[in-house]
Design a protein around this ligand. Structure first.
Ligand code: NAD
Length: 252
């Protein structure tokens, strides 16, 4: 498939996990990529793509810093000329309960997972209005289920699905689509504490998923690449689960 030939895609969280897989997927389909992450590793991602003939510009940026995000988008998209699709995948997961969790974690989580996505939208939307485009914001099943000890994360992701819907309504007249992607258990570094604690814990997780395993970053990237392409031209304002059936609620 070459759905992204001649197109420019902006990806945050591009140094690792889902964001990195999105970069690799859309690049393999012809996109030039603007890869943003707070980690220096984002330069390695861009260099690897360049070695295989891809086009990627990378910049270290903290998405919670609105001015820095705007400056990075302006600089790179002026160079590349357009923005066709955006994937907001940068995110953090820190634990804390509603009653006792630290306010520092609360503020930091909302600053990255929610305001970081707002910063991305504000930086990209004016440019996208020139010819329309598509945005996928990576939320989580935590947006729609109850859980324990992830109060800030879950609240940030629920608010993010709402932000995607507001964006879809406001920007539809500019032919800009916006959807939220809600992954379940995906094998990325954000879950190291769970998956690195041993095969027994991994098996416990798998038992809660009807498909019997965690998902891969590439599987989420395939969904993001579909939503960002013209094949999804009539899909906007949705929240798409990608969770191996977890939300079906089958007893383990
Ligand atoms: N892995 C899962 O099971 C899962 C499930 C649901 C949702 N998600 C969401 O998917 C997204 C991607 O996470 P992942 O699983 O690939 O984890 P990951 O830790 O591999 O990737 C997250 C990336 O975001 C970057 N990042 C974090 N804070 C940033 C900041 N302030 N500015 C710029 N970049 C920042 C990190 O450096 C990292 O490269 C996150 O939003 C996460 O909440 C993941």
């Amino acid at each position: 498939m070459n759905r992204y030939e001649g197109k420019v895609v902006v990806v945050t969280g591009a140094a690792s996990g889902i964001g990195r897989a999105v970069v690799e997927r859309v690049s393999s389909e012809g996109a030039a990529v603007v890869a943003l992450d707070r980690s220096e590793l984002v330069h390695e991602v861009a260099a690897e793509l360049a070695e295989s003939g891809g086009v990627a510009v990378a910049q270290v940026v903290d998405v919670s810093d609105g001015e820095a995000v705007a400056a990075a988008i302006t600089a790179h998209t002026t160079e590349l000329g357009r923005i066709d699709a955006v994937c907001g995948a940068a995110g953090i997961l820190e634990t804390g309960t509603v009653a006792e969790g630290s306010l520092e974690v609360w503020d930091k989580t909302l600053a990255v997972n929610l305001r970081g996505q707002l910063n991305l939208l504000r930086a990209c939307l004016p440019r996208m209005r020139e010819r329309g485009g598509s945005i996928a914001l990576v939320s989580s099943i935590s947006a729609v289920i109850g859980d324990r000890d992830v109060a800030a994360y879950a609240a940030s992701k629920a608010a993010l699905t709402s932000l995607a819907k507001q964006t879809a309504c406001e920007e539809a007249r500019h032919s800009i689509r916006c959807n939220a992607v809600l992954p379940g258990w995906i094998d990325t570094p954000i879950n190291d504490a769970v998956f690195d604690s041993g095969e027994q814990r991994r098996a416990e997780v798998a038992r809660t998923v009807p498909l019997g395993r965690e998902g891969s970053p590439a599987e989420v990237a395939a969904l993001v690449a579909y939503l960002g392409s013209d094949e999804a031209a009539y899909i906007t304002g949705t929240t798409v689960l990608i969770d191996g059936g977890l939300l079906l609620g089958v007893a383990p």
